[in-house]
Design a binder for this molecule. Structure first.
Ligand SMILES: Cc1ncc(C[n+]2csc(CCOP(=O)(O)OP(=O)(O)O)c2C)c(N)n1
Ligand SMILES: [Mg+2]
Length: 371
């Protein structure tokens, strides 16, 4: 049995740095971050949390078909996102709005996606190699394993040049670890020693199924059975997330094979805007996690380092601006193009698709035009 040790934590919930033997290697990596970097981490977390909230409101007002909140998971996401380099590739699931924002994806692309304006989303090459959202649970782990194998076969990694050696990072959830795809991805990555970092956000829920039902062992024990070194971290600690991901990516890029990180975090909101979490959990379940909020602790940490009111006020202003921008932008989008969903099913006209398209048009017409 692998040894059970406490998850890596660098910041206490009060924002104090933990400096001891267990954190020395990670803190050495964090020490390379400038004050500017640290402040940018905070800024991006705050802005992303604000537009996440705005998107939920827009969904409630009928402007979006669905929204997937990242509330509570900002620390895990921002730390890991900051650890990547320009040459790396990022494969998200569908809850990575904070990672997306860090890589330069305009939040409007996510708004368009969840409004049904687009069937794909964006060109990963234009947004820091941030690939498309994947709703099929676990599928992106195989896409990423294959991509990392490609990086290896193309000689894009493991050359010893940290400036160009590339790796791939893939995000997935605790529920995803029960999928065959995720387990197969571990086999492929381990067999080929592909430069893949598997970043698990254990937010304790797969919709209404608690993680305790999904696994009898801590999830980070599983990859060790596949021959993949793994660590468990406090996922609400952005610095721990940064350090663990930096070390894992460095190892992957240096040709030392795949790595696995289990970030212990908590989904504070609903699974999606279609879910009602009061049906399966209580305030007593969420309260301890509210006290471990990733933003509160990072703010306390920055204040102790000397960040002043002006900085925090500026961040708040930017967050409100971005939120107002997506609200305005959403109202300008118009109606989702309903017939487009039929356009790319086959490359040529198909009678079944034509029938379905006509059926939808007749159905819409039965409402008698604009309601
Ligand atoms: C292959 C597949 N099976 C089932 C679903 C329905 N589904 C959507 S989200 C979800 C739970 C996923 O939980 P987890 O992997 O922990 O990610 P989280 O939503 O918590 O971020 C399920 C079962 C799906 N999208 N794809
Ligand atoms: Mg989950």
């Amino acid at each position: 049995m692998p040894t059970t040790q406490a998850p890596l934590q660098l910041l206490t919930p009060e924002g104090r740095l933990i400096e001891d033997d267990s954190t020395a290697e990670a803190l050495a990596v964090v020490a390379e971050l400038s004050d500017d970097d640290l402040q940018r981490m905070h800024r991006e977390m705050v802005v992303a949390r604000r537009f996440d909230l705005e998107a939920i409101n827009l969904q409630r007002q009928g402007q979006l078909a669905l929204w997937v909140p990242s509330l509570g998971q900002e620390g895990a996401q921002i730390g890991s996102a900051f650890a990547t380099r320009g040459q790396d590739h990022v494969f998200p699931s569908y809850r990575e709005a904070v990672v997306a924002y860090h890589h330069g994806l305009d939040p409007m692309r996510l708004i368009e996606y969840w409004r049904g304006m687009t069937l794909g989303g964006w060109d990963p090459r234009e947004v820091g190699n941030f690939h498309l959202y994947t709703l099929v649970i676990g599928a992106q782990t195989l896409h990423a394993a294959g991509f990392a194998m490609g990086q290896l076969f193309d000689g894009l990694t493991g050359t010893g040049d940290p400036g160009t050696d590339a790796a791939t990072i893939v995000y997935f959830g605790d529920g995803s670890t029960s999928e065959g795809d995720t387990n197969e991805a571990m086999i492929w990555a381990a067999s080929f020693q592909a430069p893949l970092v598997m970043f698990l956000q254990n937010n304790h829920w797969a919709i209404s199924v608690p993680v305790t039902t999904q696994s009898r062992t801590p999830l980070f024990h599983r990859p060790e059975g596949f021959g993949i070194p793994a660590v468990q971290i406090d996922g609400n600690d952005a610095l721990a997330s940064y350090a663990a991901t930096r070390l894992a990516l460095d190892a992957a890029r240096a040709g030392r094979g795949p790595r696995f990180i289990e970030a212990l975090t908590y989904r504070m909101g609903a699974h999606t805007s279609s879910d009602d979490p009061t049906k399966y959990r209580t305030d007593d379940d969420t309260a301890p996690w509210a006290a471990r909020d990733p933003l509160t602790r990072f703010e306390a940490f920055l204040r102790a380092r000397g960040a002043g009111e002006e900085f925090f006020a500026d961040v708040e202003r930017e967050a409100l601006d971005v939120a107002a921008g997506i609200r305005r932008g959403t109202f300008e989008l118009g109606e989702p193009p309903q017939s487009r969903m039929f356009d790319h099913v086959y490359s040529e006209p198909h009678p079944l698709i034509a029938t379905q398209k006509q059926w939808l048009a007749d159905y819409e017409a039965s409402f008698g035009g604009a309601a």
